[in-house]
Write a protein that binds this ligand. Structure first.
Ligand code: ADP
Ligand code: ZN
Ligand code: ZN
Length: 694
């Protein structure tokens, strides 16, 4: 018997699986779970994945169901069983069709059946090219670990030798050498066998240094780097190498949690607190959580690292579900922990020592002093553009985006004959600023508030002798330009670096002595219950960019604020992150918020809010019919950004003390949701599990 029936998940966002005939004579092999195949679906030829064989084929079945044959089989790629299990879990937990998960995580070229033959040729060409390139011997990077690093390292070795799942947190102050510890650990693991490891990082293009260091540590092993900025060819070949075990170290951003790594022996989630592990649209997953699931499933250790662990992770520490390893000293001889200085804006205003850009004299003095010492100053302001708003003082008109419930940001970028333009950071709309107020005709429109460009302009004037380097997503848009500016900073010439959160993460700056933070106040009293935790972590991170080398004097961080008495600053000054985050976790418990409750959002989008609300109330009523002992379903509310690119967005929040109950409610609601989607194609409905943005 050479014909079988197989169950297949297809590359279409639909929950149903489909039966196809597998003809062994034609395909030259027996069906196997995880094979990628080409099938006819309706009138289209699409990709699918074999999930299981369900039996021999008989004509009787075929007459009943008129099954189609699997047309062809991808030779180069197959999804291994462990990865398939991960996708199946993600499908269930995030309530998305399995086919959608699998096919949105593999390189796009693999989905195009007409490309399969070309892919093989392309791979061979690329491999040949790589071999021809005479391998430049890299310079090996090695550290002599200090005492506490050594202890952490030895504990990690002990943990990995158990060959089982264990969740570990390496908590270390910035610059304590966490990277050195985990790289040495992974190297030890990989030196023994031809195993593989995965290092997840929040963003790679911001930290080219890490990639370089990793390549210098794993001098004899192939390192593959996966992120959104690599070409299709690079991605195809990397996937093939990873899948076949040739790549030993995989360094990647969140999507690489779905990489096919057959001999995976450890996962590191670097900077585990970072918000970018959560995907905010499409398949809304959390790569840190999936890493832990993958660790449990295949019985390997998962190492989280951070200077400022998230409340979710810290809760697990308090519940003793995590092995905690700590580094409390700077790794480099002479490196200093930045000392906090608060600058009271109200006081400065009274003393008339605040300029019209909102910068105090004190700040200017420390910039001057640092400059005189030939060191670098880093200024953090989390707003790109020139100014967040254009405003008419006569009638209070503000530059609102036509398509979003958001302000258009003023950018110092020419448009037509104007030197400035207005940009919406949400929908991307760009327009020329009006010559006069559209509402009252006033000619005198003013920019209100500061963005990186305004600060750059202002400080370039104030400190004409100093070079000002601006780093934000506008200044680093072109490929390689981020590399360029970071290289310039690493060269060490005294300068003023002005940047958004892009400068806070991970950079090993050697010459920064002074860190200045403008504009924290809006996060101190935010509606978002996670804002304070995020802010604290950003402040610790940005403070950690100073004093890293030992070549600078005591490093300092200056924060301008109207709220000098806010408790966050006390914890920050005394470097008591543990106490701070323990308080945060306890408060969440008191207020019954995550991680003590589990949340999900059902989001409905369409051009008509009325329609959104109808749909949401229908879903709510349906869910309320179930037996809800632990769960609250709230009324529909507008999303924080209510209107986006002309689309109105509303949501309901579902909150439960019991994860299983929440799962079951959502699973049941899914049928209704699918039905509603089919009924009205003009609406979109999404489920967001463990949401971090509202
Ligand atoms: P973290 O990740 O904890 O912020 P890094 O691993 O980036 O810290 O280390 C900070 C700096 O200290 C890096 O320049 C690194 O090369 C250096 N470093 C780490 N460990 C040692 C060590 N044992 N001896 C000397 N320098 C070290
Ligand atoms: Zn006006
Ligand atoms: Zn917009």
């Amino acid at each position: 018997m050479s014909k079988k029936i197989v169950k297949i998940a297809v590359d279409i966002p639909i929950f149903q699986l489909f039966d196809y005939i597998w003809d062994e004579d034609e395909l030259n092999q027996a069906p196997k779970r995880g094979q990628i195949v080409k099938v006819e679906f309706g009138k289209k030829i699409i990709t699918g994945i074999v999930l299981q064989e369900i039996g021999d084929y008989s004509c009787a079945i075929d007459q009943e169901k008129s099954l189609k044959k699997v047309i062809a089989l991808a030779q180069l790629i197959k999804i291994d069983d462990a990865l398939l299990r991960l996708c199946q879990f993600a499908s269930k937990y995030y309530l998305r069709p399995l086919g959608e998960i699998i096919f949105s995580t593999i390189p796009t070229d693999w989905k195009k059946t007409e490309k399969w033959d070309a892919l093989e040729k392309q791979r061979n060409r690329k491999l040949k090219k790589e071999q021809e390139k005479t391998l430049q011997k890299r310079e090996q990077q090695e550290w002599i670990l200090n005492k506490e690093q050594q202890i952490a390292y030895e504990q990690l070795i002990r943990i990995s030798s158990k060959n089982t799942f264990e969740l570990v947190l390496l908590k270390g102050i910035t610059g304590s050498g966490k990277t050195a510890v985990y790289l040495k650990w992974l190297k030890e693991i990989l030196d023994k066998n031809d195993d593989q490891c995965l290092i997840l990082v929040p963003e790679i293009n911001l930290t080219p240094q890490l990639e370089k260091t990793i390549k210098q540590v794993f001098i004899d092993q192939e390192v593959s780097v996966l992120h959104s900025n690599i070409s299709q060819i690079e991605r195809n070949v990397a996937w093939w190498k990873i899948q076949n075990g040739f790549s030993r170290v995989i360094l990647g951003t969140r999507l690489s949690i779905f990489a096919p790594i057959p001999k995976l022996k450890a996962i590191v989630v670097d900077e585990e607190h970072d918000g970018s592990y959560k995907q905010q649209d499409g398949l809304r997953y959390n790569a840190r959580d999936l890493a832990i699931w993958r660790g449990v499933d295949i019985k390997i250790p998962i190492l989280l690292t951070s200077a400022t662990p998230s409340s979710e992770t810290w809760q697990k520490v308090l519940q003793k579900k995590i092995t905690l390893l700590e580094l409390n000293k700077k790794a480099k001889e002479g490196a200093t922990i930045s000392q906090l200085h608060l600058i009271d804006i109200n006081q400065a205003r009274k003393n008339k020592s605040l300029d019209m850009y909102g910068i105090t004299n004190e700040i200017k003095q420390v910039i001057q002093k640092t400059w005189e010492k030939n060191k670098q100053v880093l200024i953090y302001i989390n707003r790109r553009g020139y100014s967040p708003i254009l405003h008419c003082a006569a009638c209070q008109w503000k530059s609102e985006c036509k398509k979003c419930s958001a302000w258009m940001v003023v950018h110092k970028k020419a448009i037509g004959s104007k030197d400035f333009s207005l940009q919406c950071h949400h929908c991307g709309l760009i327009s020329a600023p009006p010559a006069s107020c559209p509402s009252c005709g006033n000619q005198d429109l003013a920019t209100v508030g500061m963005g990186t460009q305004k600060i750059e302009e202002h400080l370039s004037n104030e400190f004409a002798q100093m070079e000002v380097i601006r780093i934000d997503s506008d200044s680093t848009k072109n490929k390689g330009s981020a590399d360029e500016v970071f290289t310039q900073i690493h060269e060490g010439k005294p300068c003023l670096i002005v940047g958004t959160q892009m400068i806070t993460k991970g950079h090993d700056f050697q010459h920064v002595e002074t860190v200045i933070v403008l504009d924290v106040d809006k996060s101190l009293y935010s509606q978002d219950f996670r804002a304070i935790e995020k802010m604290f972590s950003q402040l610790v991170q940005v403070a950690g960019r100073g004093g890293r080398s030992g070549e600078t004097d005591q490093s300092n961080i200056y924060i301008q604020t109207e709220f000098v008495d806010h408790p966050i600053f006390k914890s920050l000054a005394e470097h008591r992150y543990d106490d701070f985050i323990t308080d945060v976790v306890n408060e969440r418990k008191e207020n019954q918020l995550p991680p003590y409750t589990y949340q999900a959002l059902i989001i409905v989008e369409s051009v008509a809010e009325k329609k959104n609300l109808e749909v949401l109330y229908e879903i709510k009523r349906y869910m309320e019919k179930q037996n809800l002992s632990q769960t609250t379903i709230y009324d529909p509310t507008p999303r924080m950004l209510h209107k986006h690119a002309g689309v109105e967005r509303n949501q309901i929040l579902i909150e439960s003390k019991d994860r299983t109950e929440l799962q079951s409610i959502l699973e049941k609601a899914l049928d209704l949701i699918e039905m509603l989607k089919k009924k009205s194609r003009s609406i979109k409905i999404h489920i967001d599990r463990d949401p971090t943005s509202f």
